[in-house]
Design a protein around this ligand. Structure first.
Ligand code: HEC
Ligand code: HEC
Length: 374
């Protein structure tokens, strides 16, 4: 599709969306008042929330011991609930209101056999934790989020009140790893589906089982090229779709002197988080990385081999510098194919692919692999 047309389309969509937001805000203003689903006592401690099982249930992560070398940091099931007011606000605006509370109920992993097969099944209620966003109550906490536990480590009754933990104990990990303002929405499909979808929409009634976020992501053209790829440019790799796949399949890049010795888990989203990858860097780029340059020269090439969990080849991700300047990622050619035999399984191809650039922008001129290579 024509890029200009797409842009115009996008603007129209944004305008329609803005109009929708204004009307929906007017309609629901009343209900966004500061209705608190929690109470702090005179000592500034949180009173144990009641009735939270009638709130909105968002998901149940589990990190069992036997998948974590016998001792997981948090081995139990976590049933997570959010107060209904904050859920409505999240649907309307896609962010967390003052006074948001999420409660996490801890449940032991019990039997691993059921009539349906082997698995992880819930046992007993063993603990209760909560997190609250409130500028009023926690003006000095990062993001104004505070964290509480009512769990009795010896088992038995829960405490009636909880003190806020020190920032380093809970807040820091949530700050660095959670997707949405300290909340691990990436692990709660219910919240992903509801994010900013509209005040009066009920995502659970939609026939589509693809999340609103995933859909918005692809609709926005994140994986399309935003700048032209120069024609007739001769680099160490071909930039033509068929020729490039042939080149990769031939394994010629394996002759690059600079390459990782072994497969290692990827930090990025290439294939699935944590699957093995191996990076190869051509001489032009290696020299530039050695000099610690801010911009890498035209002709720089990196090839990343991707593997599945059984270490069978599962495609390639490629970056090649087609210009002297980076120009916010437009000066790089981006390519990813998620199959090592099927050239049509292309996830992205072209210059300035926004989805790639947005994540790579934090690297030194877009390069994210740790260098020197291990
Ligand atoms: C090492 C990282 C880490 C630390 C430290 C940590 N958490 Fe979490 N927390 C997570 C992850 C990951 C999730 C989502 C998945 C899960 O529940 O296992 C989560 C989810 C939660 C939730 C559900 C709402 C949300 O934000 O997603 C609460 C409540 C919570 N944690 C409380 C605490 C408390 C209280 C502490 C400190 C005692 C704490 N956490 C420390 C990683 C951490
Ligand atoms: C969510 C973040 C993220 C997105 C999106 C992303 N990458 Fe990456 N990429 C990384 C990280 C982190 C690395 C570092 C190596 C690793 O852990 O796999 C990396 C490494 C690479 C490498 C090896 C060279 C380097 O910079 O370290 C290539 C090539 C690459 N990515 C290409 C792509 C392409 C092409 C796209 C778009 C289709 C893309 N990436 C999208 C995070 C991302």
């Amino acid at each position: 599709m024509n890029i200009m047309f797409k842009k115009a389309n996008k603007i129209l969509m944004l305008m329609a969306f803005a109009a929708l937001m204004i009307t929906s805000c007017n309609n629901t203003k009343e209900s966004y008042q500061d209705i608190a689903y929690f109470a702090m006592n005179e000592q500034g401690d949180l009173e144990r929330p009641q009735d939270y099982r009638t709130w909105i249930y968002v998901g149940t992560p589990v990190t069992p011991n036997d998948m974590n070398g016998g001792k997981a940091a948090f081995p139990e099931f976590h049933n997570v609930y959010i107060d209904p007011q904050s859920y409505d606000y999240w649907k309307a605006k896609g962010e967390w209101r003052e006074g948001t509370i999420l409660v996490k109920e801890l449940i032991s992993v019990d039997s691993k056999i059921a009539a349906s097969g082997n698995g992880y099944f819930m046992g007993e209620f063993i603990g209760l934790e909560a997190t609250i966003k409130s500028k009023k109550h926690f003006p000095n906490e990062p993001g104004n989020w505070a964290y509480f536990s009512f769990t009795n480590p010896k088992g038995g009754d829960l405490a009636n009140t909880g003190k806020a933990f020190a920032t380093a104990q809970c807040n820091s990990c949530h700050n660095s790893s959670a997707d949405d303002d300290f909340v691990f929405t990436q692990h709660y499909p219910v919240l992903i589906a509801a994010k900013g979808i509209g005040a009066n929409v009920t995502p659970e009634n939609a026939a589509s089982r693809v999340s609103a976020e995933a859909k918005a992501y692809s609709d926005a053209g994140k994986w399309d090229a935003m700048a032209p790829t120069p024609e007739n440019l001769t680099l160490e790799i071909p930039l033509d779709k068929e020729a490039l796949f042939k080149y990769l399949a031939s394994g010629k890049y394996r002759s690059y002197k600079n390459q990782e010795k072994e497969l290692h888990p990827s930090l990025g989203p290439h294939q699935k988080l944590g699957l093995p990858v191996k990076v190869f860097i051509n001489d032009i780029l290696a020299e530039s990385l050695d000099k610690n340059n801010d911009e890498h020269p035209l002709g720089s090439v990196i090839v990343k081999e991707m593997y599945d969990k059984d270490e069978i080849p599962a495609g390639w991700a490629v970056m090649a510098k087609t210009h002297d300047t980076s120009d916010g990622g437009n000066g790089w050619f981006w390519y990813e194919v998620t199959d090592s035999k099927d050239a049509t399984k292309i996830a992205a191809i072209g210059n300035g692919v926004e989805g790639c650039v947005s994540c790579h922008a934090s690297g030194r001129d877009m390069v994210r692999t740790a260098y020197p290579l291990k």
